[in-house]
Design a protein around this ligand. Structure first.
Ligand code: PHE
Ligand code: ZN
Length: 852
């Protein structure tokens, strides 16, 4: 398989499968090394197939030992390859039966049926079902599944509703036709934390969260999040749950966050288990969002699925958008929006700027696992947000109602999705569709002209050509704009300007004085805005903008401009920024969570992106120095307020991970972080000693390490938490995150020698190497040690877990923006990995694209 040239798959080559699968019966006899899977599938000719009936059928299958196969009860001998089998078939309908043997205990790739901590579980998206049995493993083949499981375990689960459940034997039936990627099976010695939800039409649904013994105390929050999600989807989208049972299972070994299998969601334990003592406020918020995300997939993903994997954003972009709306409703809308934009810029803009850039709907790929990207998820969600902004809330809701009504049970496409908006609104969305087909982040430059009471804003959009988008065309860009007067009052409230041309002007008439324009309010489009404003104008927006996003953005722009100047010329931090920050941070009328965000700075990587955008070569060391200088300046400048900010935001009530308490802690801990630059870490030590929750404990530990007094606490932390896998992931990660740039690689290396460094566990591997890759100055240290260490471990991990290896390769995607010495250090490592024999298709594709 490895020496065959990797095959590229094209959207334009799509053809329907020649048969439909009327029913699928599966029978599992579980055994760690020799699980038997019997399948019985009724195939009928597919009237939608362009070629009519065919005489040979191809079924996907990988790493399967075929025991026997039959068609209509008669033994047959298929032709086998590494990718599947081919078999001659009758011209009409027929029944295919097969028995295969698989080895879940040796399945370290965590795709198909595998074992994790003694339990069996599955992961079938995108193409894992073919590692369970022979099947047309493509999302447009949807069928009704019945599953029988035999095995010596008290809990035996599959999709749908239970037909028979007893120790050692269970039967399940899922009435809703589904593609194989939504199949799931779980077996083991698990404990259920149960709950109940009554849908608005009166259906009683049993809810279970299955965990390993010992984790029972970490289920309550996830259960509540599930109920909140179910209610929200009824209230906001009119979507009800459709089975008697909804199960969630927590597993320790999982490549991603979680998976929306029909009625049986499987979660990385880090994405569902939560307790005050072991989880931070951010963990709670993320868990709530992921539970919502997977639950929302029941309609956007499962009831309506994707025709093919090129349409992945159809379910992911929409479901991310839905979960962001949910979090905004449950917590603070501006805080959620700012967090999402920070994340989008950090991950998606970086992807768009480099060799891995691809459209929200790609047109070709080699390995679909490599396309679960920030572009498809996060930019995919931004595209839907823009659509909603353009058509308005009511038309959005009508279009969604039509989508659910028209496409329920379908494997749909982006064309289907846009069509419901066209039919609802009468708009022509052909230009808007470019957001799905063109890669890259558009830049929008603003020119202002003021004359006779009229402000004219002229916008010019540009999109750099890229590998997949050679000749970019203008896109539809919703620009939300408001105007702020000299006295700080809003003189024009938000209006959405619809930009469709390469260059376009909009006039605001009847003004008495030149206002400051607040453009791209709420981050109304995923673009880079070039709006030349003076420091004084930015400070004015920071003080007065009525749009909370743009008010934050004004501070961010001031901070970033100052940091870029500091990096380029070594000047001191901008006084206007520090003064504006002080006013906002000490303004007790503002939400503490929002003020905490105001204290943030652009990440090192964001600064590198900005430097590269401006034609400079980023120097990671200079970036690190500038950020440290700025932090110290913040600590000095805010010194007289920090203790009070800290004290005023101590939470005295019993711990709750809600928005109010989390916000207070976020602000207090932002103050602590600066204070510990002034007090040698004394307050951090005090907080660490008295902390009764992980947010307080971990913030104190981080601050103490930075102040140079963290070593005894790190040791104590390890003693306290050595038996908690998820907390130990934090312990591993924090040491790398807090390392000095010159020590980062050595710290990571030392951690790989720790007895608890279980590198086959993706969470633990990411705790060390994800943290190293995100430590900009450490990973890109001029020694090249960071690059070498990561490459060595990716070489080791690839044969064990290609999917996680390939994802981690994106650490190298920005290589072109650095100096020639770093470029060649990185390329040397990339090529080193590429020369390994038997390198996986996943990793080969990623590194080949990166090195191109
Ligand atoms: N479909 C999952 C989600 O977004 C992500 C996932 C993809 C999980 C592939 C596992 C494998 O929620
Ligand atoms: Zn998803």
């Amino acid at each position: 398989m490895s020496d065959a040239a990797p095959e590229t798959i094209y959207l334009s080559d799509y053809t329907a499968f020649p048969w439909t699968a009327k029913s699928v019966d599966l029978h599992f006899t579980l055994d760690p090394h020799a699980t038997r899977v019997r399948s019985c599938i009724r195939f009928e000719p597919n009237p939608a197939s362009p070629n009519g009936p065919e005489s040979e059928m191809f079924l996907h299958g990988e790493k399967l030992k075929l025991i026997h196969a039959k068609i209509d009860g008669a033994p047959v001998t298929p032709t086998l390859t590494n990718e599947g089998l081919t078999i001659a078939v009758p011209s009409g309908s027929f029944t295919w039966e097969a028995e295969v043997e698989i080895d879940p205990a040796n399945n370290t790739a965590l795709e198909g049926l595998y074992m994790s901590g003694g339990m069996y579980c599955t992961q079938c998206e995108a193409e894992g079902f073919r590692k369970i049995t022979y099947y047309p493993d493509r999302p447009d083949v949807m069928s009704v599944f019945s599953v029988t499981i035999d095995g010596p375990h008290p809990v035996l689960l599959s999709n749908g509703n239970p037909v028979v459940t007893s120790d050692n034997h269970a039967q399940w039936h899922d009435p809703w036709p589904k593609p194989a990627y939504l199949f799931a099976l779980v077996a083991g010695d698990l404990i259920a934390h149960s709950g109940q939800f009554t849908t608005r039409s009166g259906r009683d649904v049993t809810l279970n969260l299955y965990v390993r013994p010992g984790d029972e105390g970490k289920c309550a929050f996830g259960m509540q999040a599930l109920k909140d999600s179910m209610k929200w989807d009824e209230d906001v989208y009119g979507r009800e749950y459709d089975l008697d049972l909804f199960n969630i299972v927590a597993v320790d070994d999982f490549n991603m966050g979680a998976m929306e299998n029909k009625g049986l969601n499987i979660f990385n334990s880090s994405a569902v288990l939560a307790s005050q003592e072991t989880s931070t406020d951010l963990n709670f918020e993320r868990i709530e969002a992921i539970i919502a995300h997977e639950y929302f997939h029941n309609w956007t993903g499962n009831r309506i699925t994707c025709r093919d994997w090129f349409q992945l954003c159809l379910k992911e972009g929409l479901t991310v958008f839905r979960d962001s709306q949910f979090t905004a409703d449950m917590r603070s809308e501006p805080v959620k929006r700012i967090g999402d934009v920070i994340d989008l810029r950090g991950r998606q803009f970086a992807e768009d700027q480099g060799p891995l850039a691809h459209p929200v709907r790609p047109e070709s790929f080699q390995e679909i696992n490599n396309f679960y990207t920030a572009t498809i998820y996060e930019k995919g969600a931004e595209v839907i947000r823009m659509l909603k902004t353009l058509v308005g809330d009511q038309a959005y809701r009508e279009a969604l109602d039509l989508y659910f009504e028209r496409h329920d049970g379908d494997a749909a496409t982006i064309e289907d999705w846009l069509q419901v908006f066209e039919d609802t609104t009468g708009r022509d969305l052909s230009q808007f569709k470019r957001w799905y087909s063109q890669a890259g982040t558009p830049r929008v430059a603003v020119n202002e002209a003021w004359a006779d009471g009229t402000l004219t804003l002229t916008f010019t959009q540009t999109l750099a050509p890229s590998a997949t988008t050679a000749d970019p065309q203008p896109q539809v860009i919703p620009l939300a704009v408001g105007l702020i007067g000299k006295d700080g009052r809003e003189v024009a409230s938000t209006q959405v300007l619809e930009m469709t041309q390469a260059s376009q002007s909009f006039a605001f008439e009847g003004l008495t004085e030149a206002p400051v324009a607040s453009i791209l309010r709420g981050f109304s489009a995923p673009v880079v805005l070039d709006h030349p404003l003076s420091d004084a104008q930015r400070a004015h927006l920071l003080a007065h903008d009525t749009d909370p996003f743009n008010r934050w953005e004004a501070g961010r722009n001031l901070a970033q401009a100052s940091l870029l100047d500091m990096i380029r010329t070594g000047v001191k931090p901008n006084a206007a920024y520090l003064a504006g920050l002080k006013t906002v941070v000490t303004d007790a009328t503002l939400d503490p969570a929002y003020r905490a965000l105001m204290m943030g700075l652009p990440s090192h990587s964001d600064l590198a992106t900005a430097l590269h955008d401006a034609g400079d070569i980023p120097d990671p060391e200079a970036i690190h120095t500038a950020v440290e200088t700025m932090r110290t300046a913040q600590a000095t400048d805010l010194a007289e307020h920090l203790e009070e900010l800290y004290a005023a935001h101590q939470v005295s009530e019993a711990y709750q991970p809600d928005a109010a308490q989390s916000g207070a802690r976020a602000l207090a801990n932002a103050a602590l972080s600066l204070l510990s630059r002034n007090d040698g870490g004394a307050l951090a030590q005090q907080q660490y000693a008295s902390a009764d929750n992980m947010t307080q404990q971990l913030s104190a530990l981080g601050a103490a390490i930075r102040a140079g007094v963290g070593a005894p606490m790190l040791e104590q932390f390890q003693q306290q938490w050595r038996d908690d896998r998820l907390v130990m992931d934090k312990w591993f990660a924090l040491q790398v995150v807090q390392a000095k740039p010159e020590d980062a690689a050595a710290t990571a290396k030392a951690l790989t020698e720790h007895a608890d460094f279980n590198w086959k566990n993706p969470n633990r591997f990411r705790a060390v190497f994800g943290s190293l890759a995100m430590h900009h100055a450490g990973f890109h240290h001029g020694s090249g040690d960071g690059y070498r260490l990561l490459a060595d471990w990716l070489i080791k991990l690839d044969p064990v877990n290609p999917q996680t290896t390939a994802r981690m390769c994106s650490a190298f995607q920005t290589w072109k923006r650095y100096d020639p010495a770093r470029q060649s250090l990185i390329l040397e490592q990339v090529n080193q990995i590429l020369t390994k024999p038997d390198l996986s298709r996943d990793t080969t594709e990623m590194l080949t694209r990166i090195a191109e």
